[in-house]
Design a protein around this ligand. Structure first.
Ligand code: S3P
Length: 172
């Protein structure tokens, strides 16, 4: 197996609104890491928004593209990857991340998530679920897979982005 072992990449995983994109941008700006935002990358590739990919091509198609994207990332290094919220739900995706970096799980309480995702329509899986109970339910469903995948877990409620980044780099 000639694949590079753990090339200093950081994969941010966790529920929608847990802060993956914000933390990734800060690691890019302040610490000079290269940045990949999976959702943006897929939207660019498909020339439509994530919501439109779900609507027009379906979730299984999106998941397939997500896996392909992670497979194509194997050669990079020094990159922070802000993963889509569902990316760590597939073991093959997690294996792919593990081969080239560390996996960091960001967590937040459902009420925090609700505040952060606000009224935006960009998240197809939160359609009709913009309430604490529904978010909690989906979150609980995903929690075991997230926790199993994570090398490091960081709780983000009430914390500044800068301090989350410091904590993350300390724990890695
Ligand atoms: C998803 C999360 C979204 C996006 C898609 C599916 C999920 O990413 O990939 O809507 O399954 O949790 P964010 O976590 O960046 O919102």
């Amino acid at each position: 197996d000639k694949k590079q072992e753990n090339s200093g990449n950081i994969f941010l995983i966790g529920f929608m609104g847990c802060g993956k994109s914000t933390v990734a941008r800060e690691l890019h700006r302040r610490y000079g890491m290269r940045l990949i935002e999976m959702d943006d990358e897929l939207a660019r590739q498909e020339e439509m928004s994530v919501a439109d990919i779900f609507r027009e091509k379906g979730e299984p198609y999106f998941r397939k593209k997500e896996t392909e994207l992670l497979e194509n990332m194997q050669k990079m290094s020094g990159t922070v990857v802000s993963c889509g919220g569902g990316a760590a739900m597939r073991q093959e995706n997690v294996d792919c991340m593990r081969r080239s970096g560390k996996i960091v799980l960001l967590t937040a309480e459902p009420e925090t998530i609700l505040q952060r995702v606000g009224n935006s329509d960009s998240r197809p899986l939160l359609r009709g679920r913009k309430n604490e109970a529904a978010i909690r339910e989906l979150m609980e469903e995903r929690r075991p897979a997230y926790e199993k995948a994570a090398d490091v877990v960081i709780q983000t409620d009430g914390k500044e982005t800068a301090s989350i980044c410091r904590e993350l780099l300390e724990k890695l």
